[in-house]
Write a protein that binds this ligand. Structure first.
Ligand code: PEP
Ligand code: MG
Length: 577
């Protein structure tokens, strides 16, 4: 039966495919695709883990038999028998094998997927005793998972699947998990939690595939292999669509495809307003290899390289200076002489270093207000300087702009600049070559926007991080779907901070850009142009749509209109005038 689920639209377009459920409640289990040649090794992993649990249960049985006469109730022995039976069950084993061989799921993922299938069958059983065996199945699977996790394997890169049209449905996905799926063939994403500018949503948008987050119970309502449609513009998921609905969405998909093809014609057009103002459209990237998409979209540089993605999902093992140097150099070379803005590591809040060990953040009441970004870097100066040295060394290969996130106070600015000086001195001492870099700061805390002259004194350029600026100005957790309706880029206070930052930078002759999600939102382009912005940084997939908007705009006329918007209590009501 067809039904729909409503969530938050975070990445536009229509996706149609079968649901791939990342089992809810088991988000701590690694989910990744294996390479075809790893299939037999993965099957062997499951077999070894199963055999280890069989041994465990046999040992348990012996100890029960030995103690039976004394204090162990006989039900325990019976329970172990049930567990043993479930473990040997052919349906469980065949199912797991199938997920691994046909879908190339890793062992843990295959196991929890098959458990979800069987759990559903148990739920439907008439007999209460049999229904309750679901709990036993979960315990047995838990044992196997523990053994599997006891020998953790490196997470390989997500490999493409043979068949397309798969839609990932999960309770939650960390940004690092999401990044792993970047090279896979998922046609869309659905998660129960998350807000419009949560980092998971940002990565989904960078992948340019339809996504809906904050869909609350979607992962419980949707079953493995269900046919679903994601409407990434409306934030709607249609489950088990009827042939008529399917046809309508397929038509919309076709129209969107045609529009995209038309946009491609703008690729080589210089971005200039009708009244002759040149506008820089830059790319936001997460990995060096994303430079290719940036070039393909006609970006005139990288305005934000979120370097933290090099640090995430590595079980606490940070990348070395040399490894980072290679990554930054590769991004610089990939951009073929265009400037690359590398932001120093910004972990914390909804970007934990390791999704499976985020205990640090959980232990803090307000991780978004805690030791994240530059605060963490200054608390770990050795790590910070290794990154700075890597960036300075990579600057030998091309133009690098070094950008520091989350700065707030003059003391933090001074400490950061000192670390950069120290990093240069260390390279001098080692006799290692390095290049010049422009220095910039993110304006993403209201205090920074309000104390802008301090920043103008120290930096060559500024970049407005509207995602955090909105979060901190309005006291709205950007990753929390329950307050997502209050997350308002057009709140007069937010617009005031953006407008005054742009104006002061322009007056001081310092370059300024916006690199938050607002920059890639075409409904905001005219307003930002009217506020005097001439540099926008966004996902490569958004560049051509924003370019079309700029080409159709008259910046002079927009200035007068933007002033009116700034004075309004309800700026949103004026946006389409
Ligand atoms: C921002 O805050 O707007 C920004 C670009 O940084 P991030 O989204 O990575 O926090
Ligand atoms: Mg930010």
């Amino acid at each position: 039966m067809t039904f729909s689920i409503h969530g938050i639209a975070v990445s536009s377009g229509i996706a149609i495919g079968r649901a791939v459920l990342v089992a809810s409640g088991r988000a701590d289990v690694a989910h990744y695709f294996i390479e075809p040649e790893q299939v037999s090794a993965e099957l062997a992993r499951v077999k070894d883990a199963k055999n280890a649990v069989v041994d465990e249960l046999i040992r348990l049985q012996h100890s029960v038999v030995l103690r039976e006469a004394k204090d162990t109730p006989s039900e325990i022995a019976a329970l172990i028998d049930v567990h043993m039976m479930l473990l040997q069950d052919q349906v469980l084993q065949d199912g797991v094998m199938q997920w691994i061989m046909e879908r190339h799921y890793n062992a843990e993922w295959a196991l929890v997927s098959q458990m979800a299938v069987l759990a559903r069958q148990f739920d439907e059983m008439e007999d209460e005793y049999l229904r309750e065996r679901k709990g036993d199945l979960e315990q047995v699977v838990e044992r196997v998972l523990k053994v599997l996790q006891g020998k953790p394997s490196e997470l390989p890169h997500a490999a493409p699947l043979a068949d397309a049209g798969l839609i990932l449905v999960a309770h939650d996905l960390s940004p690092a998990d999401m990044l792993q799926f970047k090279d896979s063939v998922f046609a869309g994403f659905v998660t129960d939690v998350g807000g419009k500018t949560s980092h998971t949503a940002i990565v989904a948008r960078s992948m340019d595939i339809p996504a809906v987050v904050g869909a609350r119970t979607a992962s419980m309502l949707i079953s493995q292999d269900d046919w679903i449609i994601i409407d990434g513009d409306a934030g709607v998921i249609v489950v088990d669509p009827s042939p008529t609905i399917l046809r309508q969405y397929r038509d919309r998909q076709q129209i969107a495809l045609l529009e995209r093809e038309q946009l491609q014609r703008l690729k080589h057009t210089v971005t200039i307003t009708k009244d002759g103002y040149k506008v820089d459209l830059l790319a936001n990237i997460e990995r060096p290899e994303d430079a290719e998409a940036a070039i393909a979209a006609g970006a005139v540089g990288v305005g934000l390289f979120r370097s933290e993605f090099l640090f995430m999902g590595r079980a606490g093992k940070l990348p070395s200076e040399d490894e980072q140097y290679e990554a930054y150099s590769s991004a610089v070379k990939g951009m073929q002489g265009l400037p690359v803005t590398i932001r120093t590591v910004d972990v914390g809040a909804d970007k934990p270093l390791d999704a499976r060990s985020s205990a640090h953040d959980d232990a803090h009441l307000n991780p978004a207000l805690g030791l994240r970004a530059i605060r963490w870097c200054l608390a770990e100066p050795e790590m910070f300087r290794a990154q700075l040295r890597a960036i300075l060394r990579a600057a030998v290969h091309g133009q690098i702009h070094l950008l520091i996130p989350m700065l707030c106070a003059a003391s933090e600015i001074e400490l950061s600049l000192k670390q950069i000086e120290l990093a240069r001195a260390e390279l001098d001492q080692r006799g290692v070559a390095y290049g010049p870099v422009k220095l910039g700061a993110m304006i993403e805390i209201p205090a920074a926007a309000l104390a802008l002259p301090i920043f103008l004194k120290h930096f060559d350029f500024l970049s407005i991080g509207t995602n955090d600026l909105i979060q901190y100005t309005l006291a709205i957790d950007r990753a929390d779907e329950s307050v997502a309706h209050l997350y308002d880029p057009l709140h007069p206070a937010v617009l005031h901070l953006i407008a005054t930052t742009i104006r002061q930078c322009n007056e001081a002759g310092k370059s300024v850009s916006v690199c938050g999600e607002m920059a890639g939102d075409v409904s905001m382009t005219r307003l930002l142009l009217g506020l005097g912005l001439r540099s926008f940084s966004m996902h490569p997939s958004q560049i051509l749509s924003v370019k079309r908007e700029v080409l159709a705009s008259h910046a002079g006329q927009l200035t007068t209109w933007a002033k009116k918007v700034l004075r309004s209590d309800h700026p949103a009501s004026l946006l389409n005038q």
